[in-house]
Ligand binder design. Structure first.
Ligand code: 6GU
Length: 237
């Protein structure tokens, strides 16, 4: 992770699945501060845009030399990702592509953006998390990490649960509804079938519910890759 604000990551890295994965050695995350590569006595990282206009632009030498310093620490170069609203939209397919890489170098921008020569020199994969503007790439980088580490074997307790997630595999559709105790709450009951113990009926119900919800709320996901109902494997809780 290359950022001007490494401290933004500490809360996120210290919690939950990610902390456990790091402690178990399944995932390794290193932070590099772009400021360390700043120029001059003031460690300047940005400057006013040529041609005028508002805001500040991250300087190419700062970013390029930080990336090169980080790359030189390992034998094989990491896959370089630039977080920017100009990038390709992140979706589960992109996440799967990133998860297949041995190592990622996530480059978080701030201010009005990067000097264009950063792109020309580093030729990064550019990723956006949606059509809206954030103050910087840090939150987007956390989104990327969060989605990618779910696909690292052993990170989730239950080996199956990432494959059953919405959008996983070829099945681009929403997950079925979930219920837990109590059986009735404010007059709303848990669907009978879920209490039936009939695993085949439950699997069928879940498949149909997920499909119906997808049609109702995210019909854009449907089209190709409609799959058969899952086998009636029992669910152990
Ligand atoms: Cl990756 N960065 C910034 N600054 N804004 C964004 C974004 C990234 N994705 C959506 N908006």
């Amino acid at each position: 992770m290359l950022t001007l604000f490494p401290e933004m990551f500490s809360g996120y890295l210290g919690q939950g699945h990610l902390k456990r994965a790091i402690d178990a050695g399944l995932v390794q995350i290193e932070l590099a501060n772009l400021r360390d590569f700043g120029l001059g006595r003031h460690r300047q990282v940005d400057d006013r845009p040529y041609g005028g206009g508002p805001g500040m632009v991250l300087m190419a030498p700062v970013v390029v030399e930080c990336v090169e310093a980080v790359q030189s620490l390992a034998q094989r170069p990491a896959h370089v990702v630039l977080l920017t609203p100009r990038g390709q939209r992140l979706d589960q397919k992109v996440v799967e592509g990133l998860a297949g890489r041995e190592r990622l170098l996530l480059l978080c921008g701030r201010y009005e953006g990067f000097d264009e020569r950063v792109r020309k020199i580093l030729q990064p994969e550019e990723i956006s998390i949606g059509d809206f503007v954030l103050n910087g790439g840090e939150v987007a980088a956390m989104v990327v990490i969060d989605a990618v580490i779910r696909l690292v074997p052993g990170v989730l307790g239950d080996e199956d649960s990432s494959r059953q997630d919405s959008f996983s595999g070829q099945e681009r559709r929403l997950e079925h509804d979930q219920y837990t105790r109590p059986r009735e709450y404010r007059g709303l009951s848990v669907p009978e079938v879920l209490l039936s113990g009939d695993h085949e009926a439950i699997a069928r119900w879940r498949h149909e519910e997920g499909l119906a919800r997808t049609k109702r709320e995210r019909s854009d996901l449907l089209g190709q890759n409609q799959t058969e109902p899952p086998p009636a494997a029992p669910y152990f809780d």
